[in-house]
Design a protein around this ligand. Structure first.
Ligand SMILES: [Mg+2]
Length: 306
């Protein structure tokens, strides 16, 4: 099989293969596709697959955890647009009936937590277990917040400390000291729906969820917006390293750009959420990625290496 390369190259190839979206819609290249809804509302549509041996290892996660994570990853993409989930469908390949029962116990827990019912799906045979979820969402009072709206001079903020999932993974593998809370963060991450909504309401100009690692996800936001980034703070979770925080991924915190920090704090406080942490600014040199004044390595988990 021909090596396709990075996810970015694959997306640009697919953008050429597909027709252009109508005005007001965004198809490829954001956390979720944005489609015209009724009135001012937009519909959001996202999908994500978890593949055994690639995205999860049943030595460290139960099938119920995999079900939880599959829905969480999708709902997080809706959160990253400032939207609300409506419903999900789930396609499972390569599962036995007993597998399905365990998988769905986690899916149903997540569906209740996010108020995102699983309303259908598909089953098929396969040699590996693959769980694919598609979620429909919508925007209400605010949003959608794309990746592409950040402007030079905007502050960059993150909704919580980073590196918990990666540190939890090391702990589960036994290469680090045990940490119950970190292991839970790896097995049962939580999508930041209320945070995404507060960010959208407070005028966030761009937003993305930290699914692959702060450095690579911030690079995606910067590329889409045509700005550089300069990080002056990285909030590292207790028990995690700076490397976990920058490159670990699967934390599902949200990173967003905003101009009016007072307004941001007011909206987060009004929603009873911890205030987001300021980590840096958007700069004019679009190719620049600085961390503490030095060039930042853009690491992270690159899913698409064909
Ligand atoms: Mg995303």
């Amino acid at each position: 099989m021909e090596r396709i390369g990075t996810e970015r190259e694959a997306i640009s190839l697919l953008s050429m293969a597909l027709p252009r979206p109508p005005a007001g819609e965004t198809w490829l290249g954001d956390d979720a596709a944005v489609l015209s809804g009724q009135g001012d509302a937009s519909l959001l549509l996202a999908t994500d697959s978890l593949v055994a041996g690639v995205h999860f290892d049943l030595r460290w996660s139960s099938l119920a955890d995999v079900g939880w994570k599959a829905l969480t990853a999708n709902v997080s993409d809706i959160a990253a647009m400032g939207g609300e989930p409506v419903a999900a469908v789930v396609a499972v390949a390569g599962a036995t009936v007993a597998d399905l029962e365990h998988l769905y116990s986690g899916l149903v827990d997540a569906a209740a937590t996010y108020r995102c019912p699983v309303v259908g799906g598909d089953l098929s045979a396969a040699s590996e277990l693959v769980v694919s979820v598609a979620v429909l969402g919508s925007t209400r009072e605010a949003g959608p917040v794309l990746r592409s709206g950040a402007r030079v001079g905007d502050s960059l903020l993150v909704t919580g400390v980073l590196g918990r999932a990666a540190a939890g993974m090391r702990s589960l593998r036994g290469d680090a000291r045990r940490g119950g809370e970190l292991e839970t963060a790896h097995r049962r991450p939580v999508a930041r729906l209320a945070h995404g909504r507060a960010a959208a309401l407070s005028g966030a100009s761009a937003m993305i969820d930290v699914s692959d690692g702060l450095a690579i996800d911030l690079d995606r936001l910067a590329l889409a917006s045509g700005v550089g980034v300069e990080l002056t703070e990285v909030p590292v979770a207790a028990g995690a390293t700076l490397g976990d925080a920058l490159g670990g991924g699967e934390d599902y915190e949200l990173v967003f750009a905003a101009r009016d920090l007072k307004r941001v704090n007011e909206h987060f406080a009004a929603a009873d959420l911890p205030l987001p942490l300021e980590i840096g600014t958007c700069t004019a040199d679009a190719s620049s990625r600085l961390l503490f004044g030095e060039e930042m390595p853009v690491s992270g988990y690159e899913h698409f290496l064909g």
